[in-house]
Design a protein around this ligand. Structure first.
Ligand code: C5J
Length: 225
């Protein structure tokens, strides 16, 4: 097997083919404030166990991906400490009592450098893995992700992370419009809301895979050489 050999994964709406040389694993926003008990997500009344079920399959996949020396990219949603990249509309949206930049249970909410903004220890990036700090829901908006992918000749993404209907969906749509193919792993993405999770996956794979493909990490791992 060379990294240019084609790997074919059972997926919906049809099989997904990629070569390891031109594919990266994109792990979206597996941050403490979204996933940990006592974080911002839970403070808003969300059940974090719905997201925490994604940790183990992500760990399994990352271990295999890393052992093969294949490319990994992580993202984090958050803002500069001076909040210069935080649109006022995003700050006030939702009328929540605690807003982005305010003191939260793990430091200032969704601010870069704060404990809650960091990636959970179970999936912590290793040296050499790319980390994209993004101010929006999509990983391409106001970041250098597209340039990095072009420079590394990455054409396909295996997408995991949270949340299915928000940052995962937005990023897959942005990637699709830039000409990239995305395979989303249903057990490795999660939402606080089960119906939104299902709808988010459906929106990606319907209409012949209008934004991408959906599969399961077991199927991907079974397809790997
Ligand atoms: C949200 C995200 N839901 N990572 N962020 O605000 O999906």
């Amino acid at each position: 097997m060379t990294t240019t050999d084609i790997i074919t994964v059972e997926a919906e709406p049809y099989s997904f083919a990629f070569s390891a040389a031109t594919c990266a694993l994109l792990v979206i926003d597996m941050q403490r404030d979204f996933l940990e008990p006592g974080g911002f997500g839970e403070m808003l009344g969300n059940d974090v166990s719905a997201l925490r079920r994604t940790i183990e399959p992500n760990q399994r996949l990352l271990a295999v991906w890393r052992a093969k020396g294949w490319q990994v990219i992580h993202t984090r949603e958050g803002h500069r400490p001076d909040l210069g990249c935080l649109p006022p509309a995003k700050k006030i949206r939702g009328r929540a009592p605690a807003k982005i930049g305010d003191p939260g249970p793990m430091g200032r909410i969704l601010v870069r450098g704060e404990a809650g903004h960091d990636i959970i220890p179970e999936l912590y990036p290793q040296a050499g893995e790319v980390i994209i700090d993004k101010p929006g829901k999509g990983a391409f908006y106001a970041t250098d992700l597209h340039a990095i992918m072009q420079n590394r000749n990455i054409q396909q993404l295996i997408v995991t992370g949270v949340t299915t209907e928000v940052c995962v969906n937005t990023t897959v749509r942005e990637a699709n419009d830039r000409g990239y193919d995305c395979l989303v792993l249903q057990d490795c993405v999660g939402s606080y809301f089960p119906d939104m999770h299902e709808a988010g996956l459906k929106m990606i794979k319907e209409q012949g895979g209008i934004f991408g493909w959906v599969s399961h990490s077991d199927r991907l791992l079974a397809a790997l050489p």
